[in-house]
Design a protein around this ligand. Structure first.
Ligand SMILES: [Fe+2]
Ligand SMILES: [Fe+2]
Length: 404
């Protein structure tokens, strides 16, 4: 029987049949012949599975095919004798699939050719150990790429010093081409998505920058009118930033506090020059008018969806409130006063004390600090005064750096 198979095999494929004609045991040759008969029968009934039997010696790199289904030859346009070399030379990509138990998800690893070359031997060892191979190969055939899914069972014949791989190939070219197309479309889509996200981020940055620019100009306009300097605004933001951070404000809240606080006196834009710039002491009537800058500022900054302007409005309205309720415009006490305004109040008074004005000299740093502590629980939130004292070295550094 072995001889019959060998001669028909040779006739059909011009193939030598290395095992059937070689120095191997009768038992091996018999089993192999039986297998070939079965595989040929399988092909004759029109199974979509393309069977093959490959062989190698464990200590040798060389693989050869003892049997290959006829459809494989027409699919690749190759003879059996050329198959091993064609597989070796023309595999573009090899995808390893491992079927997992439940659910039967597919774990796919795509290797490039150089990776495959370097792992060819170890893959074969794994196949010998596990007794099975599962893989998908992309082969550059004469008529274009062909994808083959391979499921093989490995048999080691120690006595004959040979390993046999009984495999079934399925042509999965259509599916894999579709998958490649899908990957291509997905990568194109993700590129567009990334591009859009980048544009949105850039626009948001631009808008935020424009918003901060306008806000800063508004704050400077108010300060300029009041005879304040840009340095006051800058120090105030930095002092408030230190207290806010130390209090544990979120990054976003502290960012808003830092940029909103320069607008605390924006309402002074609505106060008449004759009162605002009056060199002498103010009458009680004039002082009442000055007090309106809080509400005017809140009206100017209110009505916006912007978080920054909402914080700015709050500060403008209540930065003259005092812990003991003696402030204005609402006479709020303690925690009724919004946190941002309580922080602003300490820093604004401290900076006013250490600044030179037409009607007064600048106080020494230490004297102004003593005044802040004296006003603890009178004007100012005691906890915030404590934080102010804890951060005195940082406050002093800002004072020294930004005071001409
Ligand atoms: Fe004010
Ligand atoms: Fe101020």
């Amino acid at each position: 029987m072995t001889e019959d198979i060998l001669s028909s095999f040779r006739k059909r494929f011009n193939y030598t049949g290395l095992i059937l004609a070689g120095p191997y045991s009768k038992e091996l040759k018999h089993n192999l012949s039986q297998a070939i008969v079965h595989l040929e029968a399988l092909e004759r009934i029109g199974s979509p599975i393309i069977p093959y039997i490959a062989a190698w010696r464990p200590d040798d790199e060389h693989i050869w095919y003892e049997y290959t289904g006829l459809r494989l030859h027409s699919l690749l346009g190759l003879k059996t004798t050329d198959l091993a070399e064609a597989f070796r030379a023309n595999i573009i990509t090899r995808c390893l699939y491992r079927n997992q138990k439940n659910p039967p998800a597919i774990d796919k690893i795509i290797r490039n050719r150089s990776q495959i070359d370097s792992m060819r031997n170890s893959m074969r060892r794994v196949a010998e150990r596990s007794g099975a191979v599962e893989a998908v190969y992309k082969i550059e055939a004469n008529n274009g790429p062909v994808w083959l899914k391979d499921l093989a069972r490995i048999e080691i014949h120690n006595r004959d010093g040979v390993v046999l791989s009984y495999g079934s190939l399925i042509d999965v070219t259509k599916e894999m081409l579709l998958e490649e197309k899908l990957i291509e479309v997905q990568s194109e889509l993700s590129f567009h998505k990334e591009n859009l996200e980048f544009i949105v981020i850039e626009r948001t940055k631009e808008l935020r920058k424009a918003q901060l620019d306008v806000v800063s100009r508004l704050a400077h306009a108010a300060a300029y009118r009041d005879g304040e300097t840009g340095a006051h605004i800058k120090r105030l933001s930095q002092y408030c930033g230190i207290l806010g951070r130390s209090f544990g404000l979120s990054k976003k809240a502290n960012w808003a506090l830092f940029h909103a606080v320069p607008m605390h006196d924006v309402g002074k834009l609505g106060i008449d020059d004759s009162i605002l710039r009056k060199p002498g002491p103010l009458s009680s009537n004039e002082f009442e008018i000055i007090k309106t800058h809080c509400q005017v500022g809140a009206d100017l900054l209110g009505g916006s969806d912007s978080f920054l302007l909402t914080v700015a409005k709050t500060i403008a309205l209540s930065h003259h409130e005092r812990w003991d309720g003696s402030g204005y415009p609402q006479g709020l006490t303690e925690w009724q006063i919004p946190l941002a305004s309580r922080i602003t109040s300490i820093c604004d008074v401290f900076d006013a004390l250490t600044s030179k004005r037409p009607y007064k000299k600048a106080w020494d740093f230490e004297d102004a600090v003593s005044e802040v502590t004296r006003l603890r629980s009178i004007y100012f939130d005691p906890k915030l005064v404590d934080l102010f004292m804890e951060n005195l070295p940082k406050i002093k550094k800002i004072f020294q750096t930004n005071t001409a």
